[in-house]
Design a protein around this ligand. Structure first.
Ligand SMILES: [Fe+2]
Ligand SMILES: [Fe+2]
Length: 336
């Protein structure tokens, strides 16, 4: 791998704060004085951007951390206490939204039906036919928060599974992580795509301008991944993500071709057309199927995770719709 690749494998600078809580988290991490955070209340509900950035930073301690921040803070009781309060609020929101959706299912296989019936604004359809190059670049910057650590949140789930689900999840993750070849790691392919587009492939480079909806989406994946009790939601989320990736990936690649964008970024999306057609079968039928055979009581959480994946994508699409001043959204499910 070229030396340049080291950048997105390392830690990052802490992002600028979005309110008083994220400022306090930043200060606490910078000088390792976390005790004052233990008694701080969670931010008000209307300070969602502040809460989501704070939670994102606390989760990041479990991934690659921040330059200059003591690695022992990953397990600091005051930070864990704050993380717990922020996660509880987020989980409560997710469960309330899911309850309002009225979506129910009797088996994991119904995730295919839920994804098919789900109607939301489709960024992939918009990119396919209408987006400008500038809009696509904006989208790639937002996507980089996840794609530069693609598949990492679901890796937390692996040791919590029985043999069938674990073996199938490892098969899927093996693909995501390049099948033993670091040059084929999906996160690496995305980094090459960013660089070819003239964007910064450094991990976290675009965090300061990342929409709150994207931070929330990443927090949801970390929340589901980091809690063993939420393993059903993590795998349901994975299943819906994979089940709505193949076709949108094709549309995205074709849209980028229409705009004459670099082959490297098109390659990232084309790689997902075939890979995710396989992954959706693995994730829905084998992984979620085996999980529910072991633990039938997790069905509601699996469906919660699947629906939440689709809902999160809608929220991100709506953000760009509003930002770009679009009147009517091309509709179809699509988590790519
Ligand atoms: Fe991937
Ligand atoms: Fe995949």
């Amino acid at each position: 791998m070229p030396a340049r690749d080291a950048g997105y494998c390392g830690g990052m600078q802490m992002p600028p704060p979005r309110g008083t809580l994220s400022q306090r988290v930043r200060d606490a991490l910078a000088d390792s004085s976390t005790r004052p955070l233990a008694s701080r209340p969670a931010p008000a509900a209307d300070d969602h951007a502040d809460a989501m950035l704070s939670l994102w930073m606390l989760h990041e301690l479990h991934y690659r951390g921040f330059d200059g921040v003591d690695e022992r803070l990953e397990w600091d009781p005051a930070l864990l206490g704050l993380r717990r309060r922020l996660e509880d609020d987020l989980e409560q929101d997710l469960r309330a939204r899911f309850a309002r959706s009225g979506v129910r299912a009797e088996s994991a296989e119904e995730i295919f039906r839920i994804a098919e019936e789900h109607e939301g604004p489709s960024l992939a359809s918009y990119v396919h036919r209408h987006a400008t190059r500038e809009q696509v670049l904006e989208l790639l910057k937002a996507r980089s928060v996840y794609h530069l650590k693609e598949s990492d949140p679901v890796s937390w789930v692996i040791p919590r599974l029985g043999p069938v689900a674990k073996a199938a999840l490892m098969e899927l993750q093996y693909d995501e992580y390049g099948g033993g070849d670091p040059r084929r790691l999906h996160a690496h392919l995305f980094a090459l795509g960013l660089e070819a587009c003239g964007l910064d492939a450094e991990y976290g480079a675009y965090l300061p301008e990342t929409p709150t909806e994207v931070l929330e989406q990443n927090n949801v994946m970390s929340l589901f991944g980091l809690h063993r009790r939420l393993r059903g939601a993590a795998l349901g989320h994975l299943a819906a993500f994979e089940a709505t990736s193949s076709l949108p990936s094709r549309r995205l690649a074709q849209g980028m071709d229409r705009l004459d964008m670099p082959a490297e970024i098109q390659h990232y999306y084309r790689e997902h057309v075939e890979a995710d057609a396989v992954h959706e079968q693995l994730a829905v039928r084998t992984i979620c199927g085996a999980l529910l055979a072991e633990s039938p009581g997790l069905l509601d959480d699996v469906i919660l995770g699947a629906w939440t994946c689709l809902d999160q994508e809608d929220r991100i699409a709506q953000h760009f719709w509003d930002r770009w001043g679009l009147a009517a959204a091309p509709s179809s499910a699509g988590a790519a």
